[in-house]
Design a protein around this ligand. Structure first.
Ligand SMILES: C[S@@+](CC[C@H](N)C(=O)[O-])C[C@H]1O[C@@H](n2cnc3c(N)ncnc32)[C@H](O)[C@@H]1O
Length: 157
């Protein structure tokens, strides 16, 4: 199984870039994992919130492939403890043949078409994080899940 984190817009803050890259590199030891970036839209000042979501949604759908298992990161999705997320990843690794694609929305979230295309929604917390910060929170949890499954000393419970 290949795992992709699909995000809208480049990560801008340097401290996030370093930390996100670090967790992705560490995760790659256990799992085929990459982050795919959809370039941010230009001239968004002339777009309403809904228009921006719609256009970003079209780019998200274009980046998907037949057979992808699509999981949205969404504050209204299913919440899990880290050990439950590790178990969730184990089940996916045993059942997904092609790509498992996690998607983080743009600054205003997802368009209706993206919600319709998704198979699942998972939440990192009931709180809302910026579309940049949630990347770091998520990649850390994927790394944590891999260490739980492989008996590493990273997670203590
Ligand atoms: C700033 S949030 C969008 C917030 C809000 N849903 C909206 O429509 O304005 C940008 C993206 O970050 C992700 N996100 C933010 N908080 C999250 C959380 N607690 N759990 C999972 N994903 C989250 C989601 O993918 C969301 O689409």
């Amino acid at each position: 199984m290949k795992t992709t984190l699909l995000v809208v817009g480049r990560t801008v803050e340097k401290h996030f870039i370093t930390a996100i890259d670090d967790y992705i590199q560490r995760t790659k030891y256990f799992l085929s994992f990459d982050m795919e970036v959809i370039p941010e839209l230009k001239n968004t000042k002339n777009l309403s919130m809904d228009q921006q979501k719609e256009k970003e949604g079209e780019l998200i759908l274009k980046a998907l492939q037949p057979g992808d298992v699509i999981v949205l990161l969404d504050e209204h999705g299913k919440e899990m403890r880290s050990i439950e997320f590790a178990d969730y990843m184990k089940r996916k690794m045993n059942t997904v043949n092609k790509r498992l694609v996690f998607i983080i929305g743009g600054p205003y979230g997802f368009s209706e078409k993206v919600y319709q295309a998704a198979h699942e929604k998972i939440s990192m917390s009931k709180m809302t994080f910026s579309h940049q910060m949630i990347r770091l929170i998520f990649v850390e949890q994927v790394y944590r899940a891999m260490t739980i499954l492989n008996g590493g000393p990273y997670h203590h419970e």
